[in-house]
Design a protein around this ligand. Structure first.
Ligand code: SF4
Length: 209
């Protein structure tokens, strides 16, 4: 892809040190935060986990906590019943299948309840400093707008990004695309006027006012 280097250079200028905005101390805490972040802002998740992790932060804690109490503690993140069930099942899996230690490979991570490929990729890049591209709604939209691929299939988008960008840049690129999508190339009103990708962006409804 001829624009790959240009895209990396411009994203580096915009977001030189991108990182996950979720707050956590351990891989297990990050796993909980990522589950809570579905359909919820990182800011809200951080508010909830700040209190939650003061009292509960190990797999055993989350196996023991009554479901109703966990639901109440995470209520404001939305979808609290499903998230609470997923967190308890995931904690049980970490405890029973992996001796209480969050596994590091994608294959093992994906065997945990409520953990899919996207969550596993976030864990690999953020908790374990590996190379992975988690395709969330921002990454999906931007890969399409920048002409990396035309597809709504997250797996195909991930493969296209991995093919077009160097492996040691995957994790950084993921976080840069999330930030670019969150703060500039927004879904409804992207800030196109001074965008460095304007000349080749494929988005038809550009916001040039
Ligand atoms: Fe996004 Fe607009 Fe830039 Fe295209 S021109 S990448 S839609 S901000």
């Amino acid at each position: 892809m001829k624009n790959a280097k240009y895209i990396m250079d411009e994203l580096d200028k915009m977001f030189p040190s991108p990182k996950c905005e979720l707050e956590f101390e351990t891989p297990f805490e990050l796993l909980i935060a990522v589950i809570l972040s579905a359909q919820c802002t990182d800011k809200r998740v951080n508010m909830v986990t700040k209190e939650l992790f003061k009292k509960y932060n190990t797999p055993q804690d989350f196996v023991n906590i009554p479901l109703e109490e966990l639901e109440q503690l995470i209520h404001s993140c939305g979808f609290y019943h499903n998230k609470a069930v997923n967190i308890k099942n995931m904690a049980e899996d970490v405890l029973n299948k992996f001796g209480g230690v969050v596994p590091k490979t994608r294959e093992e991570l994906c065997t945990l309840s409520g953990v899919g490929r996207k969550t596993a990729n976030v864990m690999i890049s953020e908790a374990f400093e590996g190379d992975a591209i988690a395709v969330d709604t921002h990454v999906l939209r931007i890969a399409n707008r920048l002409g990396v691929i035309k597809s709504n299939d997250v797996f195909k988008v991930e493969q296209a990004l991995m093919k077009n960008f160097p492996k040691d840049k995957w994790s950084k690129l993921h976080f840069q695309m999330v930030l670019f999508g969150r703060y500039k190339c927004k879904a409804l009103k992207p800030e196109c006027k001074d965008c460095p990708f304007l000349s080749f962006c494929t988005e038809e409804k550009k916001n040039l006012k």
